[in-house]
Design a protein around this ligand. Sequence first.
Ligand SMILES: [Mg+2]
Length: 387
Amino acid sequence: MKITDIKVVSFRTHADRWDIGHGVPLPRTELMQTVASVETDEGVTGYYFGGGSHGDQEGLNVVDQALLLGQVRSLVIGQDPLDREMIWKWMWVGNITENVASVVDLMLWDLAGRAANLPVYKLMGGARDRVKAYASTYPNIGPPEVYAEHALACKREGYLAYKIHPHYFWDPKTRQPTPGRPSNIAADIRTCHLVREAVGPDMVLMFDPWGTYHTLEEAIKVGRELEKLDYYWYEHPMPEYRVESYVRLARELSIPILSPEIAGGGVFTRAEWILRGASDMSRIDVVRGGITGARKTAIVCEAYGLRCEIHMAGWGNLQVCGATSEDTSEYYEKGLLAIGVDYDAPHPYLRQICDRLDPDGTIAMPTAPGLGYEIVWDYINDNVITP
Ligand SMILES: [Mg+2]
């Protein structure tokens, strides 16, 4: 089998979003989504929806599309689409932008699954058919009391775990952006307390200030509170380009530090963090090296007996969970969520969402071949954006 073409279709769609700068819902926001495809001489095609900074939820921008349809397309045409390892390595050495290289890998996995008539996780080797999910909030969903209300609502819906993205670049009192003043430590600590009080001692809670604590002292101060409140992990508290700060933080605190989540370099950077003892749990997703890179990261962690928690929602991340034991990758991140945002509304371009929560707090693996998409081509064709 040979790759004959790579294409990208951009189309208009809509979904509920949250206005992080003003702390209000943005219902039915118009969005640009992309479906990238890889075609072959045997008539099998692989697809991937998304590729922007939040994975499946945003399309590829014009610069990324130009790279995919220019340099990358000319590299892979004529290659065997089942030579994913060779192509993956080629993209890294060729210094192809990570999310664009990831889109290639995701399309190739979808194609292989379709060719074999198997979901991707079964093709990799199934480890489980269900994964525990946590409700992952938007940042700035309101003052601390709103987080407590939202966490309780999620618990009633069946979630076993809840993760707070607290207040950043936003003042929960004035509800206005605070550029240059990223963190609100007092409000964050109060949020962590109120959420624990609301949901009781048994619900698993996680906390992710997304790198906005700019001093080690701030990060330690909040971390000590999380320890008292029995939070499960403390994610990406400081900027990840300061690795030595993380070495010191991990040494100082007993709560597991979960990082790096957004640092570039995929599995290679994660391996270095492990050697340095800069975090206790690692983190990866499929737009930082594709499914191939995420699986490699999980395997490195497994060898050291470390957790590798999968970052972000979406079809590819879910498939990686399905191929990885719960002992290594325990949770799936469902979100982002907020009161007034209907996350579960189906995307008009797909027949179903990948991550419907069952009442026991788990999500079932997709059963359709490849990544699991059932594509609504009529909708896409009616909403194409012509360049
Ligand atoms: Mg995070």
